[in-house]
Design a protein. Structure first.
Length: 413
């Protein structure tokens, strides 16, 4: 697909030819598209709904109606069973290493807090990291050292320091830059630190091998490229050998060794279940499963390859059409160094985003101060979608349509 992209004339016929040759093209029909005229390039914020999700939710509703509390005989193990499915399909995880539960914020706090309860030293985090990660790291009470997620930067920032934990995103939420997990993890281990990866913008978009990449811990969300729905439960992962050495700082009854003993003191369960806390949201968990199944069926090598090709087309169109209009590319040009979204900088980024939504029927998103961000999930995005989105963006800015849009900020961007 990359070779085909290099041969393009960059006209719409080329995009349609790529779609005709795309082995994943048929998957788009397995997602709900309520408005075919709308170009949705914000799947890196909220993925489309799989067709199968409605049946999965109805199945839980029917089970609840028929079995009442008896349904817990099956539901009680969903966080671990779904965790194993997600871990195997998307993370390179072994059985018993992954849970689907809680939110990214809560899971990050649980894992980072468990590490810092046992280890002294500073915590390393990127100064430009996603806000949740920075807020949680700051709240844990350790000195925070800032470093970009690069091996050489980590070594330089932490020379002669005792380091307990490094927290980095695998794919940067603004730029789409993809970190070298193996190199960064190795550098962290040289410093005596454990490393915790936030996979929220990576899972379901790029190939991930946590075990092969030397990771120690990881968290991530399921509502972006995994298509689990708004506010869907997150996941956490801990490598085998480390699990039973850590104790969650959120000791809930689902993480207890004998959950129904209801004893006076908390004793953590053996294995990954010790990182459960409260009662899992069964309806929400049911909505995660269809997206995991579709990605597993398609295969992450094919999904990641298409993501590189879609972003490659976007970058080529940026260079031809948008750079002359004042845009600059904030995403790495190396296809192996980026995820499945691109970031375009422009002084009028906010008004351009609003104009795309209100006047061009294209849905991107905005990141402060000046980024138009466009995401291309492989199972729901066609090459024609990318071409048409960039054509509408070019025409809108060239005509000054964005200058007619209210510049007042909104909470949701």
């Amino acid at each position: 697909m990359a070779d085909a992209l290099r041969a393009l004339n960059l006209d719409r016929a080329d995009a349609l030819a790529l779609d005709a040759a795309d082995p994943l093209a048929a998957y788009a029909k397995r997602f709900v598209v309520d408005d075919p005229g709308l170009i949705y390039v914000d799947g890196n914020s909220l993925g489309r709904r799989p067709v199968a999700t409605a049946g999965a939710l109805q199945g839980v509703a029917d089970d609840w109606a028929a079995r009442l509390v008896g349904g817990w005989e099956d539901w009680i193990s969903w966080p671990t069973r779904l965790g194993d499915q997600l871990g195997s399909a998307l993370l390179g995880a072994a059985p018993g290493e992954t849970l689907v539960c809680d939110s990214v914020t809560v899971n990050l706090y649980k894992l980072a807090g468990a590490v810092l309860a046992r280890r002294s030293g500073v915590v390393v985090c990127d100064a430009e990291e996603f806000p949740t990660d920075r807020y949680v790291v700051d709240a844990l009470g350790r000195q925070v050292v800032h470093s970009a997620p690069r091996a050489e930067a980590l070594r330089a920032a932490c020379a002669d320091r005792e380091v307990a934990l490094a927290v980095f995103s695998l794919v940067d939420y603004r730029s789409g830059a993809l970190a070298d997990m193996a190199a960064v993890s190795a550098a962290a281990h040289e410093l005596g630190a454990l490393v915790l990866w936030d996979l929220s913008h990576a899972v379901g978009s790029v190939e991930i091998d946590l075990r092969g990449g030397g990771a120690d811990l990881a968290v991530g969300c399921t509502y972006k490229y995994v298509n689990g729905g708004p506010g869907a439960p997150a996941f956490l992962w801990v490598r085998t050998g480390l699990i039973d050495r850590l104790v969650s700082p959120v000791p809930g009854w689902f993480g207890a060794a004998d959950q129904f003993d209801m004893g006076p003191a908390y004793v953590p369960a053996a294995g990954i279940e010790r990182f459960l806390a409260g009662t899992p949201p069964i309806v929400a968990l049911a909505a995660v499963a269809p997206g995991v199944a579709l990605l597993n069926e398609a295969g992450m090598p094919a999904v990641a390859a298409k993501g590189r090709a879609l972003t490659g087309l976007a970058i080529a169109l940026h260079d031809r059409w948008l750079a002359p209009l004042g845009f600059t590319l904030a995403t790495p040009r190396d296809p192996w160094a980026r995820g499945a979204h691109v970031a375009l900088r422009h002084a009028e980024a906010w008004r351009i985003c609003r104009a795309l939504i209100e006047r061009a029927r294209v849905v991107p998103d905005f990141r402060r101060p000046d980024v138009v961000r466009l995401g291309f999930p492989a199972l729901t995005t066609s090459f024609a979608d990318v071409f048409d989105a960039f054509a509408r963006l070019r025409d809108l800015v060239a005509a000054g349509e964005h200058e007619r849009v209210d510049a007042a900020p909104r909470r949701v961007t």
